[in-house]
Design a protein around this ligand. Structure first.
Ligand SMILES: [Fe+2]
Ligand SMILES: [Fe+2]
Length: 531
């Protein structure tokens, strides 16, 4: 093992660590101290996880870390029947944590030209180190049934990390039992920015999620707790380095913060709400950092999705929320209501999954505003609970009960009201820009809340319909997480979202009598407590 006597040039660094020809991400700095990679006894890959490419049917990325530089990090790809075949070189990207000075090495292997709806096996390795294995199924091409799942605000199960809780571990096993094609992770991943050791929190997060995320992509959205002081110009360098997400065409410093991918008839759009929110929730206040680029991209992306006869469902994954009837948590943010929600309305987004509030809540279908008010109060366009026509309005789901030690279901307003952050003032004693709240009546738009259980997640089953222009359904189940690594989650409520398929040019026609009912209740959880 050799030690550098001076800061190496980039070429020297790459040659000495065996990465000549491998791209190091823009903005990554060479480490101040580094080790020559060992061959014999090299460390094992760790924190293995998957991400879809833009076309989820044909592209997948496997990502992992090593505690020190390694020689020829790579992936071997194969099929269950045929064994390993193709070798895919990995790109190594690094960042140096701005507080601890710890260098983090991440490796990313992009698998392309895959077959849709096909099972693959893979392993990741480097010279001298043992391989670790995973497997996955690519998304189907066209209109085929599949399942995806979602929650946000997970944390880790390791005491000492941020707001760690054992529930952050239970939920991984219960998602994995459902075998979704992919999982949407709606921001506030591991709360590294409020952990004494940020790198350790990220390590524990990936080690916890890997037992599912190495088998199916866990596709993230950036939350306010991904904003880390000293890690990049806007604070997301750890997040951006550790994930390889579909290319949005954004400038390099903003890559991976917003993106979209297509799975079957579903277009998923992931947003980074710190760009538009008024609230000061991260390590630094970065509102407006994209200069409008994200909103322009969102409009182009939604317009293209709605013009595509192969896309029926448009699902938005983001962190902070446009709706929440929490009295004691963060509340709704007018920044989302004024910047993104009008585009959700214009292009008919079907469902928004978010987090930030650590409880479960769903809205009625929403379109436009109730009246001219400072809060831009959304207008409910339906009240039916069991079957909802999302061509009439967007259903918002707050799914922030992923696993933290700070659930907020006990702080819901009864009866439902909301407080909306409509701006910020001067910095307060806590160093943050003080929120300015305006209250509104939420009874008209809040459809269901879980007042009783603190933890849960949602599953979505896509039923594509059987003919052009027929109804397609997204069956939604909200589960309560069980306090166990081995028991299944418990369904709390089920409902269906419906719309006409877009392949007959009649997407705006409301559903007819062929809508079958399913069960759901106005208020889930404890009615007694609500009273
Ligand atoms: Fe959170
Ligand atoms: Fe948050």
């Amino acid at each position: 093992m050799g030690w550098a006597k001076r800061q190496p040039t980039r070429r020297e660094f790459l040659r000495q660590v065996g990465l000549a020809g491998v791209t190091i991400a823009t903005g990554a700095r060479a480490p101040a101290i580094w080790r020559r990679p060992r061959h014999a006894g090299a460390p094992r890959p760790a924190q293995l996880h998957l991400q879809f490419g833009t076309d989820a049917a044909r592209e997948m990325v496997a990502s992992w870390t090593t505690p020190e530089a390694v020689s020829r990090p790579r992936l071997r790809l194969g099929t269950p029947a045929g064994g390993m075949g193709t070798t895919v070189p990995a790109e190594t990207r690094t960042y140096i944590d701005g507080l601890s000075g710890t260098e983090v090495l991440t490796h990313h292997a992009t698998m392309q030209r895959l077959e849709p709806g096909t099972a693959y096996v893979y392993e990741v390795l480097h010279d001298g180190g043992a391989a670790i294995a995973g497997d996955f199924v690519t998304a189907p091409a066209g209109r085929t049934p599949f399942r995806f799942t979602s929650f946000g605000d997970q944390s880790t199960p390791v005491p000492g990390d941020g707001i760690a809780s054992p529930w952050a571990g239970y939920v991984v096993d219960q998602v994995e039992r459902l075998q979704p094609l992919f999982h949407l992770l709606n921001g506030d991943l591991c709360y590294a920015n409020v952990s004494a050791d940020r790198v350790a929190a990220w390590t524990h997060f990936f080690e916890n999620d890997s037992r599912s995320a190495r088998h199916r992509p866990w596709m993230p959205a950036a939350g306010n707790h991904e904003n880390e002081r000293g890690n990049g110009p806007i604070g997301y360098r750890a997040y951006q380095t550790r994930f390889t997400l579909p290319d949005s065409g954004a400038e390099p410093e903003l890559r991976g913060l917003w993106y979209a991918f297509t799975a079957g008839s579903v277009r998923v759009v992931s947003l980074a709400n710190d760009d538009v929110c008024y609230q000061d929730g991260g390590d630094t206040y970065v509102r407006g950092y994209s200069g409008g680029a994200q909103r322009a991209w969102l409009e182009r992306t939604l317009a293209a999705a709605r013009a595509d006869p192969a896309i029926d469902w448009v699902v938005v994954c983001m962190h902070q929320t446009a709706i929440s009837s929490a009295r004691d948590a963060n509340g709704c943010d007018r920044g989302i209501r004024e910047t993104f929600v009008p585009l959700f309305d214009r292009y008919g987004v079907d469902v928004v999954v978010c987090g930030h509030e650590h409880h479960y809540e769903r809205s009625h279908p929403l379109r436009g505003v109730e009246r001219r008010s400072e809060t831009l109060q959304p207008r409910a366009v339906g009240t039916r609970m069991d079957v909802i026509d999302t061509s009439a309005g967007t259903v918002h789901l707050v799914l922030g009960a992923g696993g933290t030690a700070l659930p907020t279901n006990a702080g819901l307003w009864v009866p439902a009201r909301a407080r909306v952050i409509v701006g910020v003032g001067d910095r307060g004693a806590n160093g943050r820009l003080q929120p300015r709240y305006v209250e509104e009546d939420a009874a008209a738009w809040s459809a269901a809340r879980d007042l009783t259980h603190s933890y849960g997640f949602a599953a979505f089953d896509v039923e594509p319909g059987n003919a052009p222009g027929a109804l397609t359904r997204l069956e939604v189940t909200y589960y309560n997480t069980a306090p166990s690594h081995t028991e299944p989650a418990v369904p709390l409520e089920r409902f269906a979202l419906v719309r006409r398929r877009s392949d007959a040019g009649i997407a705006s026609i409301a559903p007819g009598p062929d809508v079958a009912p399913c069960d759901a209740r106005k208020t889930v959880g404890s009615a007694a407590r609500a009273a």
